[in-house]
Ligand binder design. Structure first.
Ligand code: ADP
Length: 161
């Protein structure tokens, strides 16, 4: 069974992420969405539990996708799934520079681990979790940016902050 791992912070998951996950699910037998719990990023908007809950709502209708939390290094997490590859979305050249560096580090830690890239859907090349957080903060309409099922939870959280 060929497994793809889609890693990220998912703070929160966006339609750009979901597009990559759906496309990976058509190519691979199984897709694991890997939510980073120990991201060095400071001040996340959502707790890991909330991020996982939103991913679950977003992937509910895709049978071969599941979600896991990773508290360690991604290169070590990937060892749980034999022959798994990492799938990353590329929005722009700036993503490439960062991902090229990440792949080099991952290969040092786990030489068998390959990373494959899917180009972002043109509808979502501008979209990032940080843009969604910014818009949510100002009460903007989030339709077309994040899965419908999680608009309510994001708005609730933004109100409470
Ligand atoms: P990070 O926390 O490492 O910035 P994210 O959680 O934002 O990562 O995203 C994880 C992965 O999803 C990365 O490979 C990133 O390139 C990809 N991604 C993020 N937003 C989009 C988008 N709009 N379209 C395609 N891929 C995306």
């Amino acid at each position: 069974m060929k497994t793809a791992i889609c890693p990220g912070s998912f703070d929160p998951i966006t339609l750009g992420h979901l597009n990559i996950i759906e496309r990976a699910a058509q190519i691979f037998d199984h897709v694991v969405v890997c939510v980073a719990a120990n991201a060095t990023k400071t001040h996340p908007m959502f707790t890991v539990e909330e991020k996982v809950e939103m991913v679950k709502l977003a992937i509910a209708s895709i049978p071969n996708v599941s979600v896991e939390v990773n508290t360690g290094l991604l290169a070590e997490f990937a060892r749980r799934y034999e022959g798994a590859v990492l799938i990353k979305g590329l929005r722009a050249a700036s993503d490439f520079d960062y991902e090229f560096q990440m792949d080099s580090i991952n290969k040092r830690l786990n030489p068998e681990l390959e990373t494959m890239f899917l180009t972002a859907d043109q509808r979502y090349t501008f979209l990032s979790s940080s843009i969604v957080r910014e818009l949510a903060h100002y009460g903007s309409d989030l339709h077309g940016l994040v899965p419908e099922e999680i608009i309510g939870p994001i708005e609730e959280k933004a109100k409470r902050r």
